[in-house]
Every structure is written in C-alpha cells, then in structure tokens.
Design a protein around this ligand. Structure first.
Ligand code: MG
Length: 383
C-alpha cells in the first residue's frame, strides 16, 4: 500500500472574506473550514496516511482551537508556495510515496474527488489535478470593447493536487524564486507531467461572504422554528426589565430572576429549536445561583447550546402583551440589546407589543406576558 501525505494549506490571512478571523478558521455550520477540510481526507486508509496542516505565523491559538486533537502544525511563509514548500520540507523525513496538497479554503471537497487523484497517482501518473471544463462564455475587456475568447480546452483547476512526493519537493526547491498560483504550475516548471481528473462543482473555494452562504446551502441542513411563552405578575416596585432593557414603571415584576418575561419567552423559543427543554430545566427557580440573575445570561446560554449543535440563529420575533408600560419608546433599545446578546443584526430581531383590550390578567394589569418565535439553521451534521 502506498504511503500518502496530505498537506492542508491553511496559512492565508483571509483578507478578502471581510470576516474577523482568517477564513480557514471561520465556522461553517458548526465546524471550522479547516476542521472540515481535514475531515474530508478521513476516507483514506489511516495506517498509511499522514495529514499535516500548514498555518500562518501567529495562528497557533486559532489552530489549537479549531483542531484540539490535531497533529502539530507547520508554520508557513509569505506566499502560498512558500507555505507548501515548508510543509513539504517538514514531511521529507517521513518519505511518503505521494503527497496531496489541498487548500483549507475548499472544505467541501468530496471523497470522490480525493479518490480520483489518488487513483491516478497509484496508476502511475506523476501528478494529478481535479479540473472542470469552463461552461461560461469568457470575454476579455479590451479598452472600450470586449473580445469573446474561445473556451475550448479551457479548464478550472481545483485541489487536492497530487504528486510523487520526491518530485514535487524537488520542484518547489528548484523554482522557489518563481511566483506561481498553484502546485501544478511548479510541477510544469520542473517538467512533471500532470494528469487531469474529474473535479466537482461543489468543491468550491470559499473566498467571499457569498461563498460562505453557498457553502452552507451545499452542506444541507434544515431551518427550524420554535416558540416560547412566559408571564410574570406585577408587584410593588419602580421598574421592570423587558427584553434586556430597564424601564421605569410604577410597578415591578415578581420572579426568581429579574423577571424579564420577554427574554424568558425568547430563551424558551431558542431552546425549542434544538429540543433542549425549557428555561426552568436549565435554570431551576429554586437554585440560589439565579436569584435576581440578569436574564441575558439565560438567553446567552441557549444561544451557546445552539452553536454547540452546529446551528445558527437566523431571526427572532418577540411580542410583549401588556397595557402598561408603553413599549414603543423602548422598542429600538430592546432590539439592539437582543441583537447584541445573540450576535445578530438589528434587522434580524423584531420586538412587537399588543394589549388584550382590557381583558384577562394582562388587561386587568395583574401582570404581563410575552411570546417569542426563534428561527435557527441547523447544520446537515447535526440532523
Ligand atoms: Mg419567566
């Protein structure tokens, strides 16, 4: 059985993605892109496969967080090709037969595409690259006009790109001074013949925010909604907490915590999306730790449980039911507060209010009630 090294290149700074972290460490449906890229090679025989990751200088903490059980990483260089060369050098002592060089920015690579590359190498190819024919019409801008280019024989190259290990290491050493875009180009400089194998449209390179969305869609999953309801009784006092905002009032609200019925209803809605019971199970009313607790802690806890399940909260909608206090003047502050707790944009948070026309316990002013709906995108792996 041939010995295969897999070199995952994750050293980019990811400046084009507009995200806070380098994109390879960004989470895509509950797992980082790097984690997904590494896992994609899990179909290769473990006894003869060596997987190593090249990261950028200063990215050790991000790597440890993404792959706590991963092998020691290799620190890359300024250009992608420097990172690949340093990765190959670090693998040299292991003398693998083949190496598959893969960009961590392609987390959706299928086992079929990987198998296509390995099969070509094992059949005797000195290099193999997944390629796709160009389907769109190609035009080049020439001054004011456009020239349509013949697209016959034009292909898009993907990764993993596979080579005989010793050959591609020698090629990188010999041509380190050249600027190249991928390893096939280095191979060509060294006269290594590379065979094309079938790539896959779903093996997309995640670069822009739109690519993240597309990758999420390709990963599948499900959009779920759930509701929550809560009510609290008025008591003597001079303020109430509603949706995380302190509102002066001629009464308070009775409750073990801060009695924020809006956040309690929303917490139950979020928990409902993942079937995680209700707020009372997570924060029992008899537990002294939660006496007078600010209710944002409950909502934050529910949001963390969703994230641990690989879910993402997309939207929430809270309806407060009371005659008084007036909600309108505080609505925007409430939306901003909930958005802050859940990490949503304000456009993804709705707060509404209604009365019951004087009827029932809210109409008589005995208390107030709240109901909420949360919408969560659950990842394909969580279902
Ligand atoms: Mg409550």
């Amino acid at each position: 059985m041939s010995r295969i090294a897999v070199l995952i290149v994750a050293a980019g700074k990811g400046e084009r993605s507009g995200r806070a972290k380098p994109k390879q460490f960004e989470v895509l449906q509950g797992k980082s892109m790097l984690t997904r890229s590494v896992a994609a090679f899990g179909g290769l025989p473990p006894q003869s496969t060596l997987i190593r990751v090249v990261i950028g200088p200063g990215q050790d903490a991000l790597y440890a967080a993404a792959l706590p059980d991963g092998a020691a990483s290799i620190t890359g260089g300024a250009r992608r090709q420097d990172s690949v060369r340093l990765g190959l050098e670090a693998l040299a002592a292991e003398t693998p037969d083949f190496v598959l060089i893969h960009d961590a920015a392609r987390p959706l690579v299928s086992r079929r595409v990987i198998a296509n590359v390995v099969r070509a190498l094992e059949a005797g190819a000195s290099g193999a690259v997944p390629m796709l024919a160009v389907a769109d019409t190609l035009r080049r801008q020439d001054g004011d006009g456009w020239t349509t280019l013949p697209r016959d024989n034009l292909y898009r190259a993907q990764t993993p790109q596979g080579f005989r290990f010793a050959d591609i290491l020698a090629a990188h050493r010999a041509h380190a001074a050249r600027d190249v875009t991928d390893d096939v180009e280095i191979a060509a400089l060294a006269g290594i013949k590379v065979e094309a194998v079938a790539g896959d449209e779903t093996n997309l390179k995640v670069t822009t925010e739109k690519d993240f969305t597309l990758a999420e869609i390709l990963l599948g999953g499900n959009t779920v909604t759930a509701m929550g309801f809560d009510a609290h009784r008025f008591s003597p006092g001079d303020h109430v907490w509603l949706c995380g905002v302190k509102i002066p009032h001629d009464h308070g609200l009775t409750g073990h915590s801060d009695a924020d019925a809006g956040l309690h209803a929303l917490t139950d809605a979020v928990l409902g999306c993942i079937g995680a019971g209700d707020i009372g199970q997570h924060f029992p009313p008899g537990d002294e730790r939660w006496r007078g607790a600010p209710s944002w802690k409950f909502l934050d806890h529910a949001a963390r449980l969703v994230a641990e399940k690989g879910g993402r909260i997309l939207h929430c909608d809270v309806t407060l039911i009371c005659e008084r206090p007036k909600i309108g003047p505080h609505r925007e502050a409430m939306r901003a507060r909930i958005a802050g707790i859940l990490g949503l944009g304000i456009g993804e948070v709705s707060v509404k209010a209604t009365t019951t026309e004087g009827m029932g316990y809210t109409g008589r002013g005995e208390g107030l009630a709240a109901q909420a709906v949360a919408t969560v995108r659950l990842s394909g792996d969580a279902i």
